[in-house]
Ligand binder design. Structure first.
Ligand SMILES: CC(C)(COP(=O)(O)OP(=O)(O)OC[C@H]1O[C@@H](n2cnc3c(N)ncnc32)[C@H](O)[C@@H]1O)[C@@H](O)C(=O)NCCC(=O)NCCS
Ligand SMILES: Nc1ncnc2c1ncn2[C@@H]1O[C@H](COP(=O)(O)OP(=O)(O)OP(=O)(O)O)[C@@H](O)[C@H]1O
Length: 210
């Protein structure tokens, strides 16, 4: 089973995906793949530099992600242009990674994709888990984690579908407002329901009814 793990910026996807990895299930992280496809010399790197100009590179030639972020999150047309350059390559690379893991014998693979719905990547997955928090908490966690100004937070939230909308399209929702142990319990309940835990892990989490 290929599970799509999605949410919104700072809703807790990485937190949940670390819990998934702890259960011995491999995770492919779209944010990491997105960094791989823009390395110097890669096709997307050349396209980005020719579209956005040399100003979006650091002195060592690597992309200046802060500068590129400041541009694309304040200009919808440019954000969509960046998406058009990188998203097909992200999709391809993720499909290849899934193929490799299947060949290695993994029966369950999780794809952590923030823009699963926005980028129409849902056909990559069989089931979808949404990591949900309300927007106020999402703002607070984003601000705390990345030290963004109010405006930087708002433009990033505006670039994604609201989490409330995404709930409708998810098979399961993990509410990530409380303790990490609550979040983990919700995750395990879903994985057990879908029969996705490796056998030794499954028995470790089986709750024996009284
Ligand atoms: C704009 C960039 C350079 C900013 O880099 P930065 O290191 O500051 O952020 P990072 O890549 O870690 O992304 C953080 C979060 O921002 C959100 N985000 C990233 N790109 C986008 C986008 N194009 N549209 C909406 N939200 C986005 C996601 O929730 C992501 O988890 C970078 O995010 C990027 O290259 N984005 C395009 C690729 C993409 O869509 N990545 C998301 C995975 S599908
Ligand atoms: N249940 C929780 N309680 C307290 N803090 C949390 C909880 N879950 C996540 N956080 C914190 O909230 C922030 C955002 O979480 P995380 O980085 O997992 O989100 P994300 O969805 O992966 O973000 P992004 O889309 O930007 O990669 C982090 O600083 C994390 O430590």
């Amino acid at each position: 089973m290929i599970i799509g793990l999605t949410g919104g910026i700072a809703s807790g996807k990485s937190t949940v995906s670390n819990m998934v990895k702890d259960e011995g299930i491999p995770v492919i992280d779209a944010d990491i793949v997105a960094r791989e496809v823009v390395q110097i010399g890669e096709e997307a790197y050349e396209k980005i530099v020719s579209y956005f100009g040399i100003e979006v590179t650091n002195s060592d030639g690597t992309l200046d992600r802060k500068k590129l972020g400041a541009i694309v999150f304040n200009d919808e047309e440019k954000r969509l242009a960046l998406n058009e350059i990188v998203h097909p390559l992200i999709r391809n690379r993720m499909e290849n990674k899934v193929g490799e893991l299947i060949e290695k014998g993994y029966k369950t693979i999780v794809l952590d994709i923030p823009l699963l719905f926005e980028s129409k990547l849902t056909n990559l997955v069989d089931k979808i888990i949404l990591v949900y928090v309300d927007e106020d908490l999402q703002r607070k966690r984003l601000q705390n984690r990345d030290q963004f100004s109010d405006e930087e937070v708002e433009v990033r939230l505006k670039a994604q579908f609201p989490l409330k909308e995404k709930i409708k399209w998810a098979d399961e929702v993990i509410h990530n407002h409380g303790l990490l142990s609550d979040t983990k319990e919700q995750l395990l309940t879903i994985l057990i329901k879908w029969n996705c835990l490796p056998a030794h892990k499954h028995s470790a989490h089986t709750i024996i009814p009284k």
